[in-house]
Design a binder for this molecule. Structure first.
Ligand code: 5GP
Ligand code: MG
Length: 181
Protein backbone atom coordinates (compact mmCIF):
# COMPACT_ATOMS: atom_id res chain seq x y z
CA UNK A 1 0.00 0.00 0.00
CA UNK A 2 1.51 3.39 -0.93
CA UNK A 3 2.26 5.68 2.01
CA UNK A 4 0.34 8.97 1.99
CA UNK A 5 2.37 12.07 2.79
CA UNK A 6 0.97 14.98 4.76
CA UNK A 7 2.09 18.56 4.18
CA UNK A 8 0.90 21.00 6.83
CA UNK A 9 -1.31 23.67 5.30
CA UNK A 10 -2.67 25.35 8.44
CA UNK A 11 -1.05 24.84 11.83
CA UNK A 12 -3.10 24.51 15.01
CA UNK A 13 -2.12 28.08 15.90
CA UNK A 14 -3.23 29.39 12.50
CA UNK A 15 -6.56 27.56 12.81
CA UNK A 16 -7.04 29.04 16.27
CA UNK A 17 -6.37 32.56 14.95
CA UNK A 18 -9.02 32.09 12.23
CA UNK A 19 -11.49 30.80 14.83
CA UNK A 20 -10.82 33.79 17.09
CA UNK A 21 -11.55 36.22 14.23
CA UNK A 22 -14.69 34.37 13.15
CA UNK A 23 -16.02 34.17 16.71
CA UNK A 24 -15.46 37.89 17.27
CA UNK A 25 -17.36 38.78 14.09
CA UNK A 26 -20.23 36.42 14.91
CA UNK A 27 -20.49 37.66 18.51
CA UNK A 28 -20.45 41.27 17.30
CA UNK A 29 -23.07 40.76 14.57
CA UNK A 30 -25.58 38.78 16.60
CA UNK A 31 -25.42 40.52 19.96
CA UNK A 32 -27.95 43.14 18.87
CA UNK A 33 -29.97 40.78 16.67
CA UNK A 34 -30.80 38.25 19.39
CA UNK A 35 -33.49 39.27 21.86
CA UNK A 36 -32.66 39.05 25.58
CA UNK A 37 -32.39 35.36 26.48
CA UNK A 38 -32.61 34.26 22.86
CA UNK A 39 -29.99 31.78 21.64
CA UNK A 40 -28.21 31.61 18.32
CA UNK A 41 -29.43 28.40 16.68
CA UNK A 42 -26.29 26.64 15.47
CA UNK A 43 -26.51 23.71 13.09
CA UNK A 44 -23.27 21.73 12.80
CA UNK A 45 -22.68 19.49 9.81
CA UNK A 46 -21.51 16.03 10.90
CA UNK A 47 -18.98 14.68 11.01
CA UNK A 48 -16.31 17.03 9.70
CA UNK A 49 -17.41 20.27 11.38
CA UNK A 50 -17.49 18.85 14.92
CA UNK A 51 -13.92 19.85 15.77
CA UNK A 52 -14.33 23.32 14.26
CA UNK A 53 -17.65 23.79 16.06
CA UNK A 54 -16.26 22.76 19.45
CA UNK A 55 -13.44 25.31 19.18
CA UNK A 56 -15.41 28.13 17.53
CA UNK A 57 -18.47 27.94 19.77
CA UNK A 58 -16.36 28.19 22.92
CA UNK A 59 -15.07 31.52 21.61
CA UNK A 60 -18.56 32.89 20.85
CA UNK A 61 -19.87 35.08 23.64
CA UNK A 62 -23.60 34.53 23.03
CA UNK A 63 -26.16 31.99 24.20
CA UNK A 64 -26.15 29.16 21.64
CA UNK A 65 -28.29 26.12 20.93
CA UNK A 66 -26.39 23.37 19.13
CA UNK A 67 -27.96 20.89 16.74
CA UNK A 68 -26.46 18.51 14.20
CA UNK A 69 -27.24 17.43 10.69
CA UNK A 70 -25.49 14.77 8.67
CA UNK A 71 -25.51 15.16 4.94
CA UNK A 72 -23.38 12.89 2.82
CA UNK A 73 -22.03 13.83 -0.59
CA UNK A 74 -18.59 12.34 -0.61
CA UNK A 75 -18.52 8.60 0.09
CA UNK A 76 -14.95 7.38 0.33
CA UNK A 77 -13.64 8.97 -2.83
CA UNK A 78 -11.75 12.24 -3.01
CA UNK A 79 -14.19 13.54 -5.64
CA UNK A 80 -17.69 14.68 -4.74
CA UNK A 81 -20.30 12.27 -6.06
CA UNK A 82 -22.79 15.08 -6.58
CA UNK A 83 -25.38 13.01 -4.71
CA UNK A 84 -26.52 14.53 -1.44
CA UNK A 85 -28.36 12.46 1.16
CA UNK A 86 -29.68 13.53 4.57
CA UNK A 87 -28.52 10.79 6.94
CA UNK A 88 -29.27 12.49 10.27
CA UNK A 89 -31.74 15.36 10.41
CA UNK A 90 -31.86 18.23 12.92
CA UNK A 91 -33.69 17.52 16.18
CA UNK A 92 -34.79 21.09 16.93
CA UNK A 93 -37.01 23.32 14.83
CA UNK A 94 -35.40 26.36 13.19
CA UNK A 95 -38.78 28.06 12.68
CA UNK A 96 -38.43 31.73 13.65
CA UNK A 97 -34.84 31.22 14.89
CA UNK A 98 -31.61 32.96 13.96
CA UNK A 99 -29.83 30.00 12.38
CA UNK A 100 -26.10 29.71 11.70
CA UNK A 101 -24.82 26.66 9.82
CA UNK A 102 -21.27 25.58 10.61
CA UNK A 103 -19.32 23.65 8.01
CA UNK A 104 -15.60 22.96 7.95
CA UNK A 105 -15.16 23.24 4.17
CA UNK A 106 -17.29 24.27 1.21
CA UNK A 107 -16.28 22.49 -1.97
CA UNK A 108 -18.88 22.05 -4.75
CA UNK A 109 -21.45 23.80 -2.55
CA UNK A 110 -23.97 21.00 -3.18
CA UNK A 111 -24.22 19.97 0.47
CA UNK A 112 -24.92 23.48 1.68
CA UNK A 113 -27.33 24.35 -1.11
CA UNK A 114 -29.44 21.31 -0.22
CA UNK A 115 -29.30 22.22 3.47
CA UNK A 116 -30.16 25.86 2.77
CA UNK A 117 -33.24 24.89 0.74
CA UNK A 118 -34.45 22.54 3.47
CA UNK A 119 -33.90 25.05 6.28
CA UNK A 120 -35.27 28.05 4.35
CA UNK A 121 -38.51 26.13 3.80
CA UNK A 122 -38.91 26.11 7.60
CA UNK A 123 -38.84 29.92 7.71
CA UNK A 124 -36.04 30.78 10.13
CA UNK A 125 -35.78 34.42 11.24
CA UNK A 126 -32.38 34.45 9.52
CA UNK A 127 -30.08 31.85 7.98
CA UNK A 128 -26.34 32.31 7.56
CA UNK A 129 -23.32 30.14 6.87
CA UNK A 130 -19.98 30.01 8.63
CA UNK A 131 -17.23 27.87 7.11
CA UNK A 132 -13.60 27.53 8.10
CA UNK A 133 -12.46 26.82 4.52
CA UNK A 134 -13.76 27.30 0.99
CA UNK A 135 -12.51 26.04 -2.37
CA UNK A 136 -14.10 28.56 -4.76
CA UNK A 137 -12.55 26.94 -7.85
CA UNK A 138 -14.60 23.78 -7.19
CA UNK A 139 -17.99 25.44 -6.88
CA UNK A 140 -20.86 23.89 -8.85
CA UNK A 141 -23.59 25.87 -7.08
CA UNK A 142 -23.10 29.41 -5.80
CA UNK A 143 -23.28 29.59 -2.01
CA UNK A 144 -22.95 32.77 0.00
CA UNK A 145 -20.59 32.18 2.93
CA UNK A 146 -21.22 34.96 5.45
CA UNK A 147 -18.34 34.05 7.75
CA UNK A 148 -15.31 32.45 6.10
CA UNK A 149 -11.99 31.53 7.71
CA UNK A 150 -9.96 31.36 4.51
CA UNK A 151 -10.08 30.34 0.86
CA UNK A 152 -7.99 27.35 -0.27
CA UNK A 153 -6.91 26.05 -3.65
CA UNK A 154 -8.09 22.76 -5.03
CA UNK A 155 -6.10 20.35 -2.84
CA UNK A 156 -7.46 17.44 -0.85
CA UNK A 157 -7.13 18.32 2.83
CA UNK A 158 -7.22 16.19 5.96
CA UNK A 159 -7.14 16.86 9.69
CA UNK A 160 -9.16 19.00 12.10
CA UNK A 161 -12.31 17.08 11.21
CA UNK A 162 -11.46 16.42 7.57
CA UNK A 163 -11.06 12.74 6.79
CA UNK A 164 -9.92 10.39 4.11
CA UNK A 165 -11.77 7.12 4.52
CA UNK A 166 -12.63 8.20 8.12
CA UNK A 167 -8.93 8.63 9.02
CA UNK A 168 -7.05 11.77 10.06
CA UNK A 169 -10.01 13.64 11.62
CA UNK A 170 -8.25 14.05 14.97
CA UNK A 171 -5.12 15.74 13.64
CA UNK A 172 -4.60 19.18 15.23
CA UNK A 173 -3.47 20.76 11.96
CA UNK A 174 -4.94 20.76 8.45
CA UNK A 175 -2.68 19.11 5.88
CA UNK A 176 -2.63 18.41 2.18
CA UNK A 177 -2.86 14.66 1.59
CA UNK A 178 -0.42 13.67 -1.10
CA UNK A 179 -1.04 10.09 -2.14
CA UNK A 180 1.23 10.18 -5.20
CA UNK A 181 3.92 7.49 -5.12
P1 5GP B 1 -19.59 19.99 -1.07
O1 5GP B 1 -21.00 19.55 -0.99
O2 5GP B 1 -19.39 21.47 -0.85
O3 5GP B 1 -18.93 19.51 -2.34
O4 5GP B 1 -18.80 19.18 0.01
C1 5GP B 1 -18.69 19.55 1.28
C2 5GP B 1 -18.12 18.41 2.09
O5 5GP B 1 -17.20 17.61 1.34
C3 5GP B 1 -17.30 18.99 3.22
O6 5GP B 1 -18.10 19.34 4.32
C4 5GP B 1 -16.35 17.85 3.50
O7 5GP B 1 -16.96 16.91 4.33
C5 5GP B 1 -16.10 17.25 2.12
N1 5GP B 1 -14.86 17.81 1.54
C6 5GP B 1 -14.75 18.81 0.65
N2 5GP B 1 -13.45 19.09 0.37
C7 5GP B 1 -12.73 18.26 1.14
C8 5GP B 1 -11.31 18.06 1.34
O8 5GP B 1 -10.43 18.72 0.79
N3 5GP B 1 -10.96 17.08 2.22
C9 5GP B 1 -11.87 16.32 2.89
N4 5GP B 1 -11.40 15.41 3.73
N5 5GP B 1 -13.21 16.48 2.75
C10 5GP B 1 -13.62 17.44 1.88
MG1 MG C 1 -18.72 19.01 6.19
Amino acid sequence: MPMSKLHVFLSAAEIEALNTQLAARITHDYQDVLKPGEALHVIVTLKGAVFFAADLLRKIDLPVLVDFVRVSSYGNATQSSGVVKVIHDVETTPIGKHVLILDEIVDSGLTLSVLLDRLNALQPASLKICALLSKPSRRQTPVEIHYLGTEVEDKFLVGYGLDHGERYRNLKEISVLDSSP
